[in-house]
Write a protein that binds this ligand. Structure first.
Ligand SMILES: Cc1cc2nc3c(=O)[nH]c(=O)nc-3n(C[C@H](O)[C@H](O)[C@H](O)COP(=O)(O)OP(=O)(O)OC[C@H]3O[C@@H](n4cnc5c(N)ncnc54)[C@H](O)[C@@H]3O)c2cc1C
Length: 487
């Protein structure tokens, strides 16, 4: 039986482990943390339960299809569609409630601009066409052969997905009201990027949200990790936790195994689920490694997140499951992040309140709030983070209408880019690896390099991209590729 080692038990690593174990490989997963899930994990404190990481779930069919492919029932993942995708609150107090319903959106947009309301249906058709092209021609290919790039279908698809137009300009063609533009431009932040530099190709996220809707998992997003773990173990995958892989062992053009604290583990193939920008470090023996920073700092990275987990002994009527509070100057946020490398002074504040549906996530009458602000991927001194925490709490009270928040606060946990790097190895806390700017942005780093025949990459910093469904799609591509190369 051929042996595959997977470095990292993030969602991509777990999905790949299941697929390969099902295909008959001996699979061992080495994870540096004591628990699986990577960027998705749960924390409980004083009766409040918080899930860090993915909260906006789309494309449930990707995991359901993956489960069917390994002879498991798709019902083990209880996806439920949300009534509202999200409630957006603008600086002038106007609100927009987003739903996958053209008539509803027409009514909503009429309150902003009549032409924008009329343009919603044609906009949706356009992004659905882009999404269809991307799904059939980009997400289904591993792009490891030159033929993939010069395939006439791919070239034709490229011409049809507007890679040379920015996402913002694309939205501005359909919608005049700057608030509606903000709502849609925010999709660029799903890949940690600036809507003025992200290609319109990624406007296809609108097709997912307004065509299919936004979902939650009953019991919380953690169910995803727990379910994948259960199935992986059932399929015979072996897990090693608290096992940081120090080195990839190579011979000629082959990876022959890994090393952890002077112990060598041989393998026929190795799959790296960590941050793609860091893999080369693992080729260098640990004692000869210099700090990776100078070289890596020059790679433009997607942004990070500043997160506050708040347990509040109060419920706020303004908050739905997902609520977004926009500032008056949305562009200023991206200028701060990407040009000034500074913490945005007046950022968009996103709040995920899973207790809206999951009543056991907070004590009676309380709310568990996951507050996320986009910030540059960069380490900072503790005092700077403390000051930013105070600033965000002030904004929540003054700008977001949670006026008595501090009075009712029972739990506050801060999670910075530094913490994200420490937990998941994401360089400087960048959530999605390389930033998605420029016409070529939708072509992420490939699933292999030309250097090694039996080394593969899976996870959010690789093709086809980040986010829960994308890493599962990547896992399917990688699992197929491993089988092609190894059999
Ligand atoms: C704040 C935040 C909010 C998000 N919101 C959403 C959302 O709403 N919707 C959505 O779909 N997605 C969201 N995402 C993105 C989503 O969480 C990620 O794209 C996805 O979980 C990444 O999975 P991955 O397979 O890349 O692995 P990761 O989660 O990156 O895990 C990689 C694993 O590899 C391990 N590892 C790395 N190096 C080594 C080593 N040398 N040895 C051993 N182990 C190693 C790490 O410890 C880690 O466990 C969010 C992410 C964050 C951080």
């Amino acid at each position: 039986m051929k042996k595959v080692i997977i470095i990292g038990a993030g969602l991509g690593g777990l999905c790949t482990a299941i697929l390969l174990a099902h295909a008959g490989y001996h699979v061992e997963v080495f994870e540096k943390n004591d628990t699986p899930g990577g960027k998705l994990f749960t924390l409980e404190q004083a009766g409040y339960r918080f899930t860090y990481g993915p909260s906006t779930l789309t494309m449930p069919e990707i995991y359901q299809e993956l489960l069917c492919a390994v002879d498991e029932s798709p019902t083990v993942l209880p996806y439920r569609q949300l009534n509202l995708n999200h409630r957006d609150v603008f600086a002038d107090g106007m609100t927009l409630e987003a739903k996958p319903d053209v008539a509803w959106m027409y009514e909503q947009l009429m309150a902003f601009h009549a032409d924008d309301a009329m343009n919603f249906a044609p906009y949706l058709s356009h992004v659905q066409r882009i999404e269809h092209k991307a799904r059939t021609e980009f997400f289904s290919r591993d792009f490891t052969k030159l033929n993939d790039f010069i395939d006439p279908n791919v070239l034709m698809a490229m011409a049809q997905v507007s890679p040379f137009t920015s996402m913002h300009d694309f939205h501005a063609r359909y919608f005049q009201d700057p608030r509606i533009q903000m709502t849609l431009d925010r999709f660029a932040t799903y890949v940690g990027s600036d809507p003025r530099k992200t290609p319109a190709t990624l406007a296809m996220i609108g097709a997912l949200e307004y065509g299919q809707g936004v979902f939650r998992l009953e019991g919380g997003s953690q169910i995803l990790v727990d379910t994948l773990m259960r199935i992986a173990k059932k399929k015979g995958v072996t897990f090693h936790f608290g096992a940081r892989v120090d080195q990839l062992l190579s011979q000629n053009k082959e990876i022959i195994g890994i090393e952890i604290a002077d112990t060598k583990y041989p393998a026929d193939a190795v799959i790296f689920n960590g941050d793609r920008t860091l893999w080369r470090n693992l080729l260098v023996p640990k004692n000869q490694r210099t700090t990776p920073k100078p070289m890596l700092s020059s790679i433009p990275r997607s942004f990070s997140g500043f997160v506050l987990l708040l347990g509040v002994r109060k419920r706020y009527a303004i908050l739905d499951h997902h609520t977004v509070f926009f500032p008056s100057d949305y562009t200023g946020e991206f200028t701060a992040i990407f040009q000034e490398n500074a913490l945005p002074k007046d950022p968009t504040i996103y709040i995920s309140y899973s207790g809206f549906h999951e009543k056991t996530d907070a004590p009676d009458g309380g709310s568990n709030l996951f507050v996320l602000v986009n910030v540059p991927a960069k380490k900072r001194p503790k005092e700077e983070w403390q000051a930013y925490e105070d600033h965000i709490l002030d904004l929540l009270m003054q700008r977001c209408g949670l006026t008595d928040l501090r009075e009712h606060l029972e739990v506050i946990v801060r999670f910075t880019p530094d913490d994200l790097e420490q937990r998941t190895g994401a360089f400087e806390g960048s959530i999605y690896g390389r930033v998605s700017h420029g016409y070529h942005a939708f072509l992420r780093p490939g699933l292999q390099t030309s250097q090694f025949r039996n080394l593969f990459f899976v996870g959010g910093s690789n093709h086809p991209g980040g986010g829960t469904p994308m890493v599962a799609l990547g896992a399917r591509l990688v699992a197929n590729l491993v089988q092609k190369r190894m059999d």
